[in-house]
Design a protein around this ligand. Sequence first.
Ligand code: APR
Length: 246
Amino acid sequence: MDALIERAAKDITSAKYVAALTGAGISVESGIPPFRGKGGVWEKIDPSYAEINRFMRDPADVWRVLIKEMKDLIDRAKPNNGHKGLAKLEEMGILKTVITQNVDGLHQMAGNTDVIEFHGSFARLQCMMCDKTCHSREVDLSEIPPRCECGGIYRPDIIFFGEIIPPETLRRSGDIASQCDVMLVVGTSAIVQPAATMPIIAKQSGAKVIEINPERTPLTGSISDYLIMGKAGEVMNGIISVISDR
Ligand code: APR
């Protein structure tokens, strides 16, 4: 692993434009479970709870079973060394943009300023009746489902399965993927589309793709140049300390 960390530090510092694509795995060390695999959310909760049709049919049920539980975990979570490492890379002038599939806001909390929230964010709610948006902190979540003053039910500003990614989000992410010369792919199983296409676009445009994940993914050995097998926090710490010592 040390040799790969050295290699990543070298690739990152010699790049002109580094971008990152992150997934649930980067927040595992902050106490938020991933979706897939051991201990994942989908082991406990049927993934159909994340489908827009199910939410529209019975928002109260989806709020109770999925959203409230995830929101409580997210509200308690703090950025870990994985998030902090990416923030440090931005501070060093190396990393430009984080494209994240996470809805937990931890990259911004760690200090990254250009974060594309590919699947939206739990930080914002939108009334399904009058379209008013607000910060979820301003809403009383002890009553489920939470309601706007117009009586409408609030939905979280996240992308459910069956919803499209906002075109501007998709366009900007695609542009970044095709322009970067290194893409760090951290803590994603890389199976949910279209997010998983970003490393493919990066690779096809000539970028190096570096994966950080304790497990192999469909990108490993084909799209990614190499996989640093380990936890995001530990690996990012390693990379930052090699770069700082140079
Ligand atoms: N550090 C880095 N990676 C980790 C860690 C860790 N400490 N722990 C687990 N992982 C890896 C797993 O090996 C797995 O590859 O994180 C990945 C998590 O995969 P998923 O749970 O599938 O998360 P993600 O890729 O973000 O899912 C994409 O699916 O359900 C939807 O909308 C949801 O945005 C989510 C999307």
